[in-house]
Design a protein around this ligand. Structure first.
Ligand SMILES: Cc1cc2nc3c(=O)[nH]c(=O)nc-3n(C[C@H](O)[C@H](O)[C@H](O)COP(=O)(O)O)c2cc1C
Length: 193
């Protein structure tokens, strides 16, 4: 008997995933949507997988344009991600702030302060159930100056930030060596039990 989709969705909600905005542009026009189903397949050639619901407008746009940019989001992008996930938001509304966006070589928009942007060419599309699996070759990457992340877990957003950076921002960076010492001391105590 097939697993009920609600049970499957509840299970997958507990699999935390990085949040991205996938953008595309070309003959089908400009588009962008929030996507968390992105994963690496291979580093040679640089290949990644992007899964997009076949009922979404983004699926048809990416399929026809044949190019996309994966913009990996940071902790400050939760509202932007919600805007790019809104079914009612027109594409102009999603890209309403032109200062946020630049272009990759493919012509796809890239988010200026993304954690990383991967410009991609679609190599193959496999339709499985409700989704299309876009197997893409990464043609260029741009690393952002901030290395922090946004994770969707249990239907909520969580910021991922290096503890060193966080403490430096609060002026408490001196605590890091002290904390490390504390952690290793308690680990040694545990092991010695
Ligand atoms: C955190 C988050 C992650 C999402 N991940 C995906 C995903 O991996 N694939 C997908 O097709 N839709 C995903 N969505 C839903 C789409 O963003 C949403 O359906 C959007 O309205 C589609 O827009 P479109 O129809 O204009 O293309 C996600 C939404 C959120 C909030």
């Amino acid at each position: 008997m097939a697993l009920p989709s609600a049970d499957y969705r509840n299970a997958m909600a507990r699999l935390g995933a990085a949040v991205t905005i996938v953008t595309t542009d070309g003959s089908a026009g400009l588009h962008g949507l929030t996507v968390s189903a992105v994963c690496s397949i291979s580093d040679n050639p640089a290949t990644l997988l992007v899964c997009i619901n076949r009922a979404s407008r983004g699926y048809a746009a990416v399929r026809e344009n044949g190019v996309l940019c994966v913009n990996v989001l940071g902790p400050g992008h939760a509202d932007l991600s919600t805007r790019f996930a809104s079914a009612t938001a027109h594409i102009d509304e999603r890209f309403s702030d032109p200062n946020l966006w630049m272009k990759m070589a493919s012509g796809c928009p890239r988010l200026r302060d993304a954690t990383v942007c991967l410009d991609c060419k679609v190599d193959r599309v496999l339709d499985v159930g409700t989704h299309g699996m876009f197997i893409c070759e990464a043609t260029d990457v741009l690393l952002g100056s901030e290395c922090s992340g946004l994770v969707y877990f249990n239907r909520g957003f969580y910021g991922v930030i290096n503890s060193k950076t966080k403490l430096a921002q609060t002026g408490l960076a001196w605590l890091v060596p002290a904390l490390r010492l504390r952690i290793s001391r308690s680990a040694i105590r545990e092991r010695g039990k």
